[in-house]
Design a protein around this ligand. Structure first.
Ligand SMILES: Cc1cc2nc3c(=O)[nH]c(=O)nc-3n(C[C@H](O)[C@H](O)[C@H](O)COP(=O)(O)OP(=O)(O)OC[C@H]3O[C@@H](n4cnc5c(N)ncnc54)[C@H](O)[C@@H]3O)c2cc1C
Length: 438
């Protein structure tokens, strides 16, 4: 890049959202004869997939209580299903199992899935759930589970492979993807639109629009764009809660056990669905020590070299250090005991799996908005921000919607995620899940 390069469209961040947007924008520009992929420049301070996308567990599901999330996720699953091979997508389905406190939420989620045509089934009652799970996994033994939402769509994808698949689709459309090019600032015109993107390798003149998709670096970009660190939030009841931090950080705790992946198969030898279990049954280690007698939850899936998954995240108190990502992650020391005890609680085959826990750094930090839901919106006249509040590996379809917004189409699916909702009180309903992303 010279001292002053130029591009009609500059996309910052080569993760799921930046790459999906660049690819779908290239298709839109060509289809409408407005240009091509050669008009798009993607910048990343490291390499594609260096952020949250490259370490995501990769779960793709539609278990969302919020109508807007559920409809958007359906559109995302359609994109995953459009090219499973390139996206390294495994359509094995997803099972959410809950305790009594979650019955109403999961039933409502199921009813909406029925309405929108997302294939799933609901199993209610402790004995019925147990029978359903035993038909898949004869050694199923989880307690305190009274409801089960079995999604027959969704599943998981391999994180770095899907990034490479998306990157290759971008390159095939003529998009330029520049690694090791850090964005350090923006210059603005009088109308507040961005005229220049300043980078570690020189300045880039912006012809049309900028997309920022910075993942966990959301707060940094928020500040570079001159947006407020704290906001007032109007609640649906009309009260205004003043001065709420726009960004908070959570540490996602994840890990894996090194076992033969085929030991985790369904009764007929098939690929197992991703499992998410929440229960209030007391949790004990295999040695009989009490881990917790409060509501707990885990998720897990079959991986290439074993079984991988996680548990509830932890709030990051005080300052978060993001770089180098994700090496600064602090996984709670007790996580391996809890997660392995929970696996063993779920199925007999996992008894004793604590010895197979892989001692490697796992998990990572995610940035969450003031209401824990994404902001997908123009934040300057020509700057579109994709800030997914850590929901978004599965949201491969957001880039498709953003691409149509960039060429002037209204996106019905993205509208509920506009920034203005904090001022108008048009917030998303909150579920009874213990996770900040449900
Ligand atoms: C441990 C963990 C597990 C997760 N598991 C799942 C899951 O199973 N399913 C799911 O749906 N979601 C999951 N998520 C959430 C998901 O990973 C993120 O929401 C999603 O990947 C965000 O994508 P992104 O493109 O916005 O950001 P990222 O993938 O983080 O990409 C942002 C990019 O911006 C680049 N960048 C940052 N600053 C600059 C700068 N100044 N200049 C240039 N480039 C810059 C970074 O290098 C990075 O490559 C998980 C998240 C974590 C942390």
């Amino acid at each position: 890049m010279g001292q002053l390069a130029a591009a009609p469209y500059v996309v910052v961040g080569a993760g799921m959202h930046g790459l999906s947007t660049a690819y779908h924008l290239a298709l839109e520009l060509s289809r409408r004869e407005l240009g091509s992929g050669a008009d798009i420049l993607v910048l990343d301070k490291a390499t594609p997939g260096a952020g949250a996308t490259g370490i995501a567990c990769g779960v793709v599901r539609n278990n969302y209580f919020q109508p807007a999330m559920s409809e958007l996720m359906q559109a995302c699953v359609e994109v995953w299903e459009s090219d499973p091979q390139a996206f390294a997508y495994n359509p094995v389905g997803y099972i959410a199992l809950g305790a009594a406190v979650q019955e109403a939420d999961l039933a409502a989620t199921y009813e909406r899935q029925e309405r929108i045509g997302y294939r799933s089934e609901l199993i209610e009652g402790e004995a019925e759930v147990d029978a359903h799970m035993k038909s898949l996994f004869p050694d199923w033994r989880a307690q305190g589970v009274t409801i089960c939402l079995h999604e027959h769509q969704g599943g998981f994808a391999f994180n770095t492979d899907s990034v490479l698949g998306l990157r290759d689709k971008c390159l095939a459309e003529g998009v330029k993807v520049l690694s090791y090019t850090e964005v350090t600032g923006f210059r603005f015109r009088d109308d507040d639109s961005v005229s220049v993107v300043e980078t570690s390798k020189g300045e880039i003149e912006v012809g049309e629009q900028v997309v920022v998709a910075p993942g966990p670096w959301a707060r940094q970009f928020w500040s570079l764009l001159g947006l407020p660190a704290a906001i007032d939030i109007r609640t649906p009841g009309g009260d205004v809660v003043r001065d709420q931090p726009m960004w908070t950080y959570w540490n996602l705790q994840e890990g894996e056990i090194s076992v033969d992946p085929l030991m985790f198969a369904t009764a007929d030898g098939g690929a197992p669905p991703v499992i998410h279990l929440d229960t209030d049954a007391p949790l004990y280690t295999d040695e009989g020590d009490l881990v917790t007698d409060e509501l707990w939850g885990i998720y897990f899936k079959r991986d290439r070299h074993g079984v991988q998954g996680g548990a509830s995240p932890l709030v990051v108190d005080g300052d978060v250090q993001l770089d180098p990502y994700p090496a600064t992650t602090d996984v709670d020391e007790s996580f391996p005991d809890m997660w392995c005890a929970a696996l063993s609680h779920s199925m007999g085959r996992f008894e004793g799996c604590r010895a197979q826990y892989k001692h490697a750094r796992s998990g990572g930090v995610g940035a969450f908005t003031a209401d824990n839901f994404p902001v997908f919106d123009y934040v300057k006249p020509n700057v579109y921000a994709i800030l997914d509040s850590n929901h978004g590996y599965k949201m491969i379809g957001v880039g498709k919607e953003v691409a149509s917004a960039l060429v002037g189409e209204h996106s019905r699916l993205l509208y509920p995620f506009r920034f203005e909702r904090f001022a108008t009180g048009d917030l998303h309903p909150v579920s009874s899940s213990p996770y900040p992303w449900s």
